[in-house]
Design a protein around this ligand. Structure first.
Ligand SMILES: O=C(O)C(=O)[C@@H](O)CO
Ligand SMILES: [Mg+2]
Length: 261
């Protein structure tokens, strides 16, 4: 059976961030992910995880100035120093939270910079991230993101991500396969999971088109989840969706998977 992690940036937003850990555990989750921990001391988050018997399975490197629209630094040639600092900060948190995966966001394509320059920067930063992360027992992951949610994002398709991962070594870098982004951009979900399975180190889910919980949109999730399981994926699937109503009221879809650890 697939194992689901609650995404605490999107779920349980009825409560302040630090109180969401207890709500996720009460709802039956054994693991959590979120976008960014950096507004809270790592020790405080570690305490919430321990108090609630939860594992931290993923979070993101600092993405630059999120409030001003930045969405990562890794492909940006003039931000390499900042990328190194972001990596070090994320690794400090990962150590404190015993987190095995870090999402390295590529960033938005700056106007006038050739694609090859961005790609070379992304590859060089990922190479460095892989080296530093390996020392800490962490795997960095990259995620193709659709044009509608983040217009101008550098990494958009699973094939593009796969080519970068193969060039750098799948044992060093993984794919964060977000089924929601894949359905928006590419579709053919099960065939794409089959194609990229050896590279996939983390998954995420939301239904399309609304980015709400599974069962609110157009995808046959029981079939997709069953195939993912049959294909042998044993990693986590982060529930990166905006609940259509109150979070707990929308967890009916999760009932068959609640006991997976
Ligand atoms: O948007 C997503 O999908 C994510 O996984 C985030 O980490 C990046 O915005
Ligand atoms: Mg995602």
């Amino acid at each position: 059976m697939p194992r689901f992690a609650a995404n605490l940036s999107m779920m349980f937003t009825e409560a302040p961030f630090l109180d969401r850990f207890a709500l996720a555990a009460r709802a039956g989750f054994k693991a959590v992910e979120f976008l960014f921990p950096y507004e809270h001391p790592a020790a405080e988050i570690a305490k919430r995880l321990a108090d609630n018997g939860l594992r931290q399975v993923l979070f993101n490197l600092p993405p630059g100035d999120w409030a001003r629209g930045e969405r990562g630094l890794a492909a940006l040639p003039d931000r390499r120093g900042e990328f190194r600092e972001a990596l070090a900060r994320a690794l400090d948190y990962a150590a404190a939270l015993s987190c095995p995966r870090l999402h390295v966001m590529a960033g938005l394509r700056p106007e006038g910079v050739p694609h090859d320059t961005l790609l070379a920067t992304f590859a060089a930063n990922l190479d460095r991230a892989a080296e530093e992360c390996a020392k800490a027992g962490v795997k960095p992951v990259i995620e193709p993101i659709n044009h509608r949610d983040i217009p101008g994002y550098f990494l958009n398709t699973t094939d593009q991500a796969a080519a970068i991962i193969r060039a750098l070594g799948p044992e060093r870098i993984g794919m964060q396969f977000d089924l929601y982004h894949c359905q928006v951009t590419e579709g053919d979900l099960v065939r794409r999971v089959e194609r990229h399975l050896p590279l996939i180190a983390h998954m995420q889910v939301a239904d399309t088109p609304g980015r709400n919980e599974p069962g609110t949109g157009e995808v046959n999730w029981p079939f997709v989840f069953r195939r993912i399981d049959e294909l042998g994926y044993r990693g986590w699937i982060g529930c990166e969706y905006r609940p259509a109503g109150e979070t707990t009221a929308g967890l009916g879809w999760f009932a068959p998977y609640r006991n997976e650890t």
